[in-house]
Design a protein around this ligand. Structure first.
Ligand SMILES: Cc1cccc(C(=O)O)c1OC(=O)C1CC1
Ligand SMILES: [Zn+2]
Length: 304
């Protein structure tokens, strides 16, 4: 019996060809990636449209992952690997726990399920209903959003409600941008497959998708854990202001430092402004143009 790391290939949700880090054992191939440093494993499962987790390993007989039913598995696996590489190469973070934790994804969760989530242990993706969403793992910014929920949980621990919850959501969207910097849109690759050009959210124009982009328009509600997917528009707009003035390279250092060094479970928007300013001061100096740009970014959304 020879078990070995192998390289497979297949097509993603958008019919895009890609190679895959797989594993072969006893003539069966698995979406099981053992190529990361310090034994960081990435593995992908399918719930076979049930709701029990993790479900079953995604397997193939010849390492050619070309069936339409495998496209969501292919992308969940490939994109989890890309997000792992981003956190390791850009921030020297070894998986979401910074200790090589296995990154597990399950696709084909539920039936016509228009959601994706981190459940505290793994990522979970629905197939969408084909109208609102197609398979949600088909977007790199979605995968980065979900895995960043895990990073946040292990670092700042931002409580998923009201302002701390909107920050939790915003940091996931912002790192979604850092992984997919071609546009300031979230989920555009899997949202409404029948309509082009729209998205779930926009960092540059939150109000285009019904989100506030100034503190004057903060939405006081108890639904959606206190409006975490609504009020994230305010810190998202501040992030857009920051990125467009200082650039991605500096912004991602400042955001990662704020998330991992300064933010706490109960941080509110004002504290996030302070954490990002302190991070900018630490990295680029308190009198720097970078510092002043972060200050202006948050002034513009009415958070002091
Ligand atoms: C689609 C969806 C529904 C409910 C919660 C989330 C969630 O993860 O907060 C969710 O995923 C996203 O927002 C990703 C970025 C597109
Ligand atoms: Zn989220």
């Amino acid at each position: 019996v020879t078990d070995a790391a192998t390289t497979g290939s297949g097509y993603g949700v958008l019919d895009d060809y890609k190679t895959l880090n797989t594993y072969s054992s006893n003539g069966t191939y698995y979406l099981y990636d053992v190529t990361k440093p310090m034994n960081g494993v990435i593995e992908t499962f399918t719930a076979q449209n049930g709701s029990s987790l993790p479900g079953y390993y995604s397997v193939d007989s010849n390492n050619s992952w070309t069936a339409y039913s495998q496209a969501a598995d292919v992308d969940a696996h490939a994109y989890a690997g890309k997000v792992y590489d981003y956190y390791k190469n850009t921030h020297n973070r070894n998986s979401f726990d910074n200790n090589g934790a296995t990154i597990r994804s399950t696709v084909h969760y539920g039936s016509n399920y228009n959601n994706a989530f981190w459940n505290g242990s793994q990522m979970v993706y629905g197939d969408g209903d084909g109208s609102t969403f197609t398979s949600l793992s088909g977007a790199l910014d979605v995968v980065a959003h979900e895995l960043t929920h895990a990073v946040t949980e292990r670092t700042a621990g931002l409580q998923y409600q009201y302002q701390s919850g909107a920050l939790n959501e915003s940091f996931s969207d912002v790192f979604g941008y850092f992984l997919d910097p071609g546009d300031y849109l979230m989920g555009e690759d899997v949202y409404t497959p029948g309509i082009s050009g729209d998205a779930l959210r926009s960092l540059s124009n939150p109000s285009k998708y019904g989100q506030p982009e100034h503190m004057n328009n903060y939405v006081n509600t108890s639904s959606d854990n206190g409006g975490v997917h609504t009020n994230s528009g305010i810190p998202n707009k501040a992030a857009y202001n920051t990125i467009s003035s200082i650039g991605k390279a500096k912004a991602e250092k400042i955001y990662y430092r704020a998330l991992t060094v300064y933010l706490t479970p109960t941080s509110n928007f004002s504290y996030a402004r302070a954490a990002l300013l302190q991070s900018a001061a630490d990295l680029y100096g308190s009198g720097s143009s970078t510092y002043n740009s972060v200050k202006a970014a948050w002034d513009a959304v009415g958070v002091y």
